[in-house]
Design a binder for this molecule. Sequence first.
Ligand SMILES: [Zn+2]
Length: 346
Amino acid sequence: MKNKCEWDPNFIRKQMLYLEGKKDDENLSYDDRERIAASIATYQYLLRLYNNELSFNNQGEMPNMQYAPSLIMQLFIDNMYDVEPFTAGDKYQHHLDYLSSLEEKPVTPLTINQKTETDIVNNVKTFWEHLSPTMTTEINKLEKLNPHCYQFDQKVNYAGHCFFDYYQRLPFLLIKKTNTLQDELALTHELTHALEFINCDYRGQALGCEVYPYLLAKLQHDYYQREGIETEDAKNLTHKLHNYALTDLKICSLQLKALKFVETNTEATFNDLATVFPEMDADELVKTLLIKSSHVFKNAISYAIALKLQEAYQDDEPTLINKLEQALTDKDYNFIEDHKKILVKN
Ligand SMILES: [Zn+2]
């Protein structure tokens, strides 16, 4: 019997083979064939990751000044226009303004623990049980769909990721093992994405898709405080999340400022643009401009929305949890739409 908290390469291979056999089926819709192709690529990636064949090196991910300045400008502009706020006017600007009114919070290093992967999964499930028996049932469903859905890895360079087989609707969760309480928060984060993926039309690409994971992180923090579990580390992690969101906000603001400059100075070169940011050297500016705009916008805006919602429901947590249950289990329910009054600028 395989360890319950590890992906099973045989299971992965079996799913991949099944999809390989399906991929040329002419009775399938174009969309399904696309889903299958994407999922086969995901399975190949999962196997490489499982077999330790991937290197996670931050260097080289970011383009550098070896690109011609004109190309940098073009890459930057393409990057920015990939983001909804530019097609939706200033619909989201007030969320960014709200975030910019907040201050960074102090953080201290997290305690190193000796928890096993099974401990981490069990602790997280205990939290979800306290939170909502309904969602616990959903986690059980997920584990039934894929009995080997969790994988922990020390070397990945992100806190966690949820991979999907889009055709069979199977999630695979990957958590960076840090031997700190972060592992439990990262697992909750990815579980939230996984439930939404299984039960709803996946909204992962939409702006605001990180609202539920952020809300869950807040609820998990409150649970640790209430139960007296690792309270200092829980607080520190919440502060870290807060600071990350503020960093993303700073990147958004810089990119927006750069875009405004480019739009009003249509002949501007990269060197002209650099004069707008005299405090940064060129390499640093290039790196910041090319950070994926849709990613930082998603994070910053989701965090601002999560804070507003938590504030709105601070005296009525059961209703907030009930709405979250709906958001993660009912594909026709639209959480953000339901909270328009809170979220839209008035
Ligand atoms: Zn996420």
